[in-house]
Ligand binder design. Structure first.
Ligand code: AMP
Ligand code: MG
Length: 470
């Protein structure tokens, strides 16, 4: 089978300073573990020949017209500026115009060392590759903007992570891989020409109606505000909201130490390296505003009148908490059956969340049970829940179809940490059945198809920490 991809590369048409051209480093024995045929089809890949797909999506065979490169970016990591990050283990093959006319990046993650690898080996192991595959596809099925997973290929090579682990390559598809960090690198260097070029490129690709850098800033703050509200509505904790992991497209990117909460707590943290709780569940809106302030700071370096630009950018940043709160309220109101939130609804939602936190109730299952009318069993303080429920019922009397709205706003299933761990352990042992089972259930998250995957972990199954996928 001939696998053809009709590349149309725009990022590679930017000047040299934005990237380093290089091909993926070949691997020993590529074997296709997972392939997202429906997504591939939207990019024009028809049919399925596992050996041929493994050659391409391991990086062993670079398709004609690909323009493989590693992108340069910087970023604020845990609040501190790192002047040069860049794709240390990812290679952008190029862009394809999909069936809907949208430009899509195709990137191989774990494809070998690049000039931006610093101390790293340029590789990824099977665990984080399958984790990203499952979580990013689950996010997509939940209706939340995200990079996608098209393929996972085992390399047939071991890599060293405290112990020897099987290597793998993930093929990631995105509206683009442009990050806030792409802008920061040129702003901090004082390279205004490059900054202008990059801004024009980002506007053309992601905000074609924008008339300048401040319009771009406004567009990105708007899409990121709705994104963070969407994350919170499903109990998602990104875990590493550094500015290099914050996209211009508004897609979720970098599924390193992310996790979905089981029992609800505003302060929940999973990432093993987030000792201060900077990226805790409830802190995500604040961090997003901080990240967008870094974006604004970078963008205004190219303006002729920086003082006026800074004043305007400040207004845009100061509007963000209101935008996030409105998006959050819309999402959470829908979760309790309210289509158009009004005065008092915020308090009603907050009272429920307070009860959940006090009782250690499961976030996903409590909201789902609410849609089914049997949430009482999720709470230990039944009297307090009954009080809340009475007020809730009164409020719902003004709504047209609250049950239907709740069912389509409250997933029955999320990728739970303990199920992910189980899936990874099995995959390392050569058993892909748990992966297939998870993928199948997570494909229709608002319909319950595999109840055993919906339950909370038992105390011995609880996963307390997650790790960066390095
Ligand atoms: P992340 O924590 O995934 O956002 O990555 C931060 C930076 O480290 C990025 O520049 C990555 O490309 C780089 N990096 C992560 N893992 C590796 C690795 N195994 N080899 C080389 N670079 C890496
Ligand atoms: Mg990253």
């Amino acid at each position: 089978m001939e696998i053809s991809l009709d590349f149309d590369n725009s990022f590679a048409a930017l000047p040299d300073g934005f990237y380093t051209r290089l091909a993926p480093t070949p691997v020993k024995a590529p074997r296709l573990l997972a392939f997202n045929a429906p997504l591939a089809k939207t990019l024009g890949i028809e049919g399925r020949d596992d050996a041929a797909l493994a050659q391409i999506f391991s990086g062993n065979e670079v398709p004609d017209d690909a323009a493989p490169l590693a992108q340069l970016y910087a970023g604020h990591q845990f609040g501190n500026y790192t002047p040069q990050l860049g794709d240390g283990r990812a290679i952008l093959l190029g862009e394809v115009i999909d069936r809907s006319g949208a430009r899509r990046d195709i990137q191989l993650k774990g494809a070998g060392r690049t000039p931006y690898s610093r101390g790293g080996d340029g590789r990824a192991w099977l665990g984080p590759v399958l984790r990203e595959y499952v979580v990013s596809e689950a996010m997509h099925a939940l209706g939340i903007p995200t990079t996608r997973a098209m393929a996972a290929v085992a390399t047939g090579e071991d890599i060293w992570r405290e112990t020897a682990l099987p290597g793998a390559v993930l093929t990631r598809v995105a509206d683009s891989h442009l990050r806030v960090g792409h802008f920061e690198v040129f702003a901090h260097r004082g390279d205004t020409d490059a900054l202008r070029q990059l801004t024009d490129y980002a506007i053309a690709r992601h905000a074609p109606d924008a008339s300048g850098p401040l319009d771009l800033l406004r567009a990105v703050t708007e899409r990121q505000a709705t994104l963070v509200a969407a994350w919170m509505s499903v109990g998602f904790i990104h875990g590493v909201m550094n500015t290099d992991n914050c996209t211009i497209s508004g897609e979720t990117i970098d599924y390193g130490p992310c996790a979905f909460m089981d029992d609800f707590h505003m302060g929940r943290v999973f990432s093993s390296i987030d000792s201060q709780g900077r990226y805790a569940f409830g802190n995500q809106p604040n961090i997003l505003v901080w990240n967008m302030a870094q974006f604004a700071t970078a963008l205004i370096q190219q303006m002729d009148d920086r003082e006026a630009a800074a004043a305007e950018a400040t207004k845009i940043i100061h509007a963000m908490p209101g935008l996030i709160e409105a998006a959050w309220l819309k999402r959470f109101a829908a979760k309790i059956g309210i289509a158009a939130p009004r005065d008092g609804d915020y308090d009603l939602i907050q009272r429920l969340l307070d009860l959940m936190q006090r009782d250690g109730a499961d976030f996903t299952n409590s909201f789902r049970a609410l849609s089914e009318g049997d949430a009482e069993a999720q709470f230990t303080d039944r009297a307090a829940f009954a009080d809340w429920s009475r007020d809730h019922r009164t409020r719902l009397a003004d709504e047209d179809a609250p049950e239907a709205l709740m069912r389509q706003s409250n997933p029955a299933i999320i990728p739970r940490n303990h199920r992910m761990e189980e899936m990874i352990t099995a995959a390392v042992a050569g058993d892909m059945a748990p992966f297939e089972r998870l993928m199948s259930a997570l494909a229709t998250p608002y319909t319950s198809t595999d109840p055993a995957l919906e339950t909370q972990p038992t105390p011995s199954e609880v996963v307390a920490a997650t790790f960066c996928g390095t």
